[in-house]
Design a protein around this ligand. Structure first.
Ligand SMILES: Cc1cc2nc3c(=O)[nH]c(=O)nc-3n(C[C@H](O)[C@H](O)[C@H](O)COP(=O)(O)OP(=O)(O)OC[C@H]3O[C@@H](n4cnc5c(N)ncnc54)[C@H](O)[C@@H]3O)c2cc1C
Ligand SMILES: NC(=O)c1ccc[n+]([C@@H]2O[C@H](COP(=O)([O-])OP(=O)(O)OC[C@H]3O[C@@H](n4cnc5c(N)ncnc54)[C@H](O)[C@@H]3O)[C@@H](O)[C@H]2O)c1
Length: 503
């Protein structure tokens, strides 16, 4: 059995760890069952944001009459959008070639599962098999759509974000689309397809769209979707699916009144949340512990409960965002694969994980919602500033009372004046949020212990010291250690840090 210094499973954010290990000249195995680059590049952030950008222009042009710009017959050229999208997704080949060209890296294209604590069986995509072992193992295996057991669904057929960016990519926008789930995936696709001319209906289980957002943001997005003509059913249980002529029909039931309704469309997109990819790994052969939902337990240093096995990204269930997965990968790279002594190790803070949903307009937040702050017994002040209250907002066409007037909402601790949460809805909310993320990430931080039972000897020693860290707002390092959700801001941040580190 071939033995490696490091085995990396999954080529999403875990690539950051692979790069660091490669710089140390270690012998590395990379295992990937799908396209290189993981969810973000192939079927997540990047292709959706290419679609969203086109959809945003359509909405902006339609709203531009407010500021005296007239544009008629604005519509999406699906072929151009699709061509640009697939050009980017096809870069996954370049990711593979990049690693394949490295002399210290072996690539295994197949599905890994544990046969003992440090050995893996790989069912290769070409039908062959391999067995390898590793001294250190990194799990960056991500998650996939949690397809509900809905009577009739399998027979009728459906799409998910995975199959949409796989074998089911539509040659033109659907005539009509039912979206099951009103979270970030459901709402972003609703925005995209509605702008592309599809008649969209969302059937959402929760009483709100985007239930992880502040209630005021959910209400704004619901109102905006109604204005665009998107049909939204909230507080529903999905009951069954069947075909009627060439249409797919979804039956659903109101969770309060019990009233049953049906809606039909050309296609059904299933977006009711995700499940971790742990089921393929045969973790029963390891000491890795899972939480109740099946996610891998990790501590603040990304250690799992098994010696010398780390897990990062969606699979630890701590917040499924690319910026958070990158942040964790960089911590593992810094602590384990950059020659740093434990005294200088970094740890993860999850209090200030930002989120941006790319609807139109964007919804962005960091920290506590108003409700979460009240439930945590803070005495709070709420400050709300509408776009229309600023000169720039007026220039953009917003006037007080406009139904599309966005806002910035601050949740503030009355006693300390500390910012507990920031919630923004409006154009460029992702960019407006960034200073708040950086502010909240600066200053004196104390390690918050996660899963106390998970502790290597180094981590035991570090916890004993009651770690603190001062993130200096002037320092380029602080910039790198704050999460940056906006894709281009994050590239600038990474460039800034790598440029500095390269000197
Ligand atoms: C439609 C959509 C839009 C999104 N938009 C955004 C956004 O705008 N911003 C944002 O921050 N986040 C967004 N996300 C979330 C983001 O894509 C994920 O949080 C992120 O990609 C997770 O990265 P990861 O490295 O944990 O896992 P992944 O990128 O999913 O990588 C895991 C890899 O492991 C491989 N793998 C799994 N099991 C095995 C195995 N047993 N053997 C071998 N290989 C295996 C998989 O094939 C996969 O390539 C979006 C997600 C979706 C679905
Ligand atoms: N811009 C971004 O950062 C971005 C974009 C897309 C996805 N993501 C991440 O990917 C993850 C998955 O996204 P998601 O939107 O699928 O997940 P989600 O869990 O955030 O939302 C799913 C929604 O579906 C609803 N739901 C669940 N079961 C249902 C059912 N049977 N019928 C109808 N509705 C049902 C839930 O009430 C929930 O609001 C998210 O956690 C998100 O953070 C991030």
């Amino acid at each position: 059995m071939k033995n490696y210094d490091v085995i990396i499973i999954g080529t999403g954010a875990a690539n950051i760890v692979a790069d660091a290990a490669a710089r140390q000249g270690l012998k590395i195995a990379i295992i990937e069952r799908g396209r290189f680059g993981g969810t973000c590049l192939n079927r997540g952030c990047i292709p959706t944001k290419i679609m969203v950008t086109a959809a945003n222009y359509i909405r902006e042009f339609r709203e531009a009459s407010q500021i005296g710009v007239l544009s008629e017959h604005v519509r999406m050229d699906w072929q151009v959008v699709s061509k640009r999208l697939w050009k980017k997704v096809d870069e996954s080949h370049a990711v593979k070639e990049y690693y394949a060209a490295m002399p210290t890296i072996d690539i295994y294209e197949g599905t890994a599962s544990f046969i003992d604590k440090k050995s893996l069986h790989i069912e290769m995509n070409d039908g062959s098999a391999a067995e390898i072992s590793g001294s250190k193992i990194i799990l960056g295996i991500g998650a996939r759509t949690n397809v509900p057991a809905l009577p009739g669904l399998e027979e009728t057929g459906y799409i998910t974000s995975e199959s949409l960016f796989g074998t089911n990519y539509p040659p033109q926008p659907y005539k009509s689309l039912i979206i099951v789930g009103g979270g970030p995936i459901g709402c972003e696709f609703a925005h995209v397809f509605d702008a592309a001319g599809t008649k969209v209906t969302i059937v959402q289980h929760n009483v709100r769209l985007l239930p992880k957002e502040d209630e005021s943001i959910s209400q704004y997005v619901l109102d905006a979707f109604h204005r665009y003509g998107i049909q939204v059913f909230l507080n529903q249980d999905t009951v069954s699916v069947h075909m009627e002529k060439d249409k797919k029909v979804l039956s659903f039931r109101n969770r309060t009144t019990g009233e049953e309704q049906e809606v039909s469309a050309q296609e059904i997109l299933i977006a009711p949340g995700i499940v971790p990819m742990t089921d393929l790994l045969h973790l029963e052969h390891t000491d890795i512990s899972l939480d109740k939902r099946g996610y891998i337990n990790t501590n603040e240093f990304l250690e799992t409960s098994a010696e010398d096995i780390w897990a990062l990204g969606d699979v630890n269930g701590l917040a499924p965002f690319r910026h958070k997965a990158n942040y964790e990968a960089e911590i593992i790279a810094h602590n384990i694969f950059s020659g740093n002594e434990p005294d200088t190790w970094r740890w993860a803070q999850y209090e200030t994980v930002p989120a941006v949903t790319y609807t139109y307009p964007e919804a962005a937040h960091v920290g506590l919602t108003e409700k979460q702050a009240r439930n945590a017994n803070y005495e709070i002040d709420i400050a709300i500033n509408h776009f229309s209250a600023s000169a720039k907002g007026y220039a953009m066409g917003y006037e007080p009372g406009d139904s599309n007037d966005g806002f910035v909402k601050l949740v503030i601790d009355k006693k300390t004046k500390n910012i507990l949460g920031v919630h923004i809805i409006g154009p460029q909310a992702s960019i407006l949020l960034q200073p708040f993320i950086n502010l909240l990430s600066c200053g004196q931080l104390t390690v918050e212990v996660l899963h106390e039972e998970i502790a290597s000897p180094a981590v035991k020693m570090l916890r004993h010291k009651k770690l603190t860290r001062n993130l200096d707002p002037h320092s380029v390092i602080t910039m790198g250690e704050s999460m940056t959700p906006h894709p281009s801001l994050s590239e600038v941040t990474m460039w800034t840090r790598y440029y500095y580190e390269g000197k």
